[in-house]
Design a protein around this ligand. Structure first.
Ligand code: NAP
Length: 364
């Protein structure tokens, strides 16, 4: 029981960096068995919500799922950009088959009210949801610490808290789509992350805040929360939780890097995936039947962590710290408190009962 740890041990930290460097150097070789783009089965009967699908990896995921026949909902903060993309994709697709079944809905993860409004609007359709892909994320490299209007450190809110709230509130739709999937776009960076559940905002001064600390902690918190969520979901609910790593991918995520570093980043294309390559693990996790079987096996074995799919579409083991069950339970409780949900929210929603959230229409 080391739930009161104040940081990663030296060895864990060093191993984390080694995994990161290894992935950066060898991801292309590890994933050389994969096609690009990833071939997808016909998806006409499936509905997908993809957050942050106006750029980078999310954009590729949305387009490819729609081109395979899926009903795609782009959950985005910039509706204008999404509508322009949809129009462009429809034009490029015309003559190749039925028009793409794709639409956009507004979602700003920096506002928990917006998350509740989105979930209420989608659940009100009484339609099934087969996969929620929590892709949107930020890594504000080199920027000072910032807080959302809800009072939370922005990496923690956008990368972990808001997707956690969205996932739980969409249970009614995910149950309708069962067997369904919650796919969390995670990162190899969670290996160097550490979460102090009593200091999710990194303000107490025990750890000095940097954007790297903010980002890696948020990604580890997501794995920890997902592991407990997976355990609390009864097999009969048919909702499967999977974290994925896209690899190291050239996207707008580097927009905050200094210009010189961005230039260097562009000079090493051999090592870095393009967005299409980076979309493969999430597409695999969202559509391949083997993933559901894998989740079932982990559940039956009472494995302490949720399924984690690596950039090469193979199962991987999350970090040592992610296996810390005591801290994970603490992160679970703290997360529910921060997103304004009661501790029995999952059980109630599975039973078909209503759950009150502190955020949403009344507070907004
Ligand atoms: N690129 C990598 O090497 C890498 C590695 C590991 C993990 N990841 C993860 O992959 C995911 C996608 O990142 P990316 O590399 O594709 O970066 P990206 O090109 O910057 O895309 C991020 C997306 O998230 C959206 N987003 C940001 N803040 C939001 C908010 N408050 N509300 C709603 N949407 C918001 C952005 O919307 P706007 O277009 O409106 O800004 C954008 O569509 C992230 O979770 C990231 O952490 C990336």
């Amino acid at each position: 029981m080391d739930s009161r740890k104040e940081g990663l041990g030296w060895m864990e930290w060093l191993r984390g960096w080694m995994y990161l460097i290894y992935e950066m150097l060898f991801q292309r070789i590890m994933a050389s068995h994969l096609h690009n783009p990833m071939p997808l089965p016909p998806l006409h009967d499936f509905t997908f919500i993809i957050t942050g699908s106006t750029s980078g990896i999310g954009l590729e995921i949305a387009r490819q799922l729609a081109e395979s026949g899926g009903h795609v909902i782009m959950a985005v903060r910039n509706l204008k950009a999404a509508h322009e993309l949809i129009q462009k994709w429809q034009t490029e697709w015309s003559g190749k088959g039925l028009p793409l079944n794709i639409e956009a809905m507004e979602l700003d993860l920096l506002s928990l009210d917006s998350v509740v409004r989105f979930a209420e609007a989608y659940n009100a359709r009484s339609a099934p949801l087969h996969a929620l892909i929590n892709n949107a994320g930020i890594f504000s490299i080199g920027e000072p610490q910032k807080f959302s209007k809800d009072g939370y450190e922005e990496h923690m809110q956008v990368n972990h808290l808001a997707p956690a709230l969205l996932s739980v509130l969409l249970f009614p739709s995910l149950i309708r789509g069962s067997p369904s999937r919650i796919i969390n776009m995670n990162s190899i960076m969670h290996y160097i992350g550490f979460v102090d559940p009593e200091d999710m905002n990194v303000v107490r001064g025990k750890r000095k805040y940097t954007s790297l600390v903010g980002y890696s902690s948020s990604k580890l918190a997501q794995v920890m929360f997902s592991s407990i969520l997976n355990k609390r979901l009864p097999a009969e609910a048919g909702i499967n939780v999977v974290c994925v790593s896209p690899g190291i991918v050239q996207t707008n995520v580097a927009r905050d890097l200094p210009k010189v570093v961005q230039a260097a980043y562009h000079l090493i294309p051999y090592f870095i995936f393009n967005a299409k390559e980076g979309s493969r693990s999430a597409l695999f996790a969202a559509t391949d039947p083997q993933v559901l079987e894998y989740c079932e096996v982990l559940k039956a074995d009472e494995w302490p962590v949720c399924a984690f799919i690596s950039q090469d579409c193979r199962p991987a083991n999350p970090s040592e710290e992610a296996h810390n069950v005591e801290t994970s339970k603490h992160v679970w409780e703290k997360t529910l408190e921060m997103i304004g949900l009661p501790f029995d929210a999952v059980e109630k929603l599975i039973e078909g009962e209503e759950v009150k959230c502190k955020y949403g229409s009344e507070s907004g």
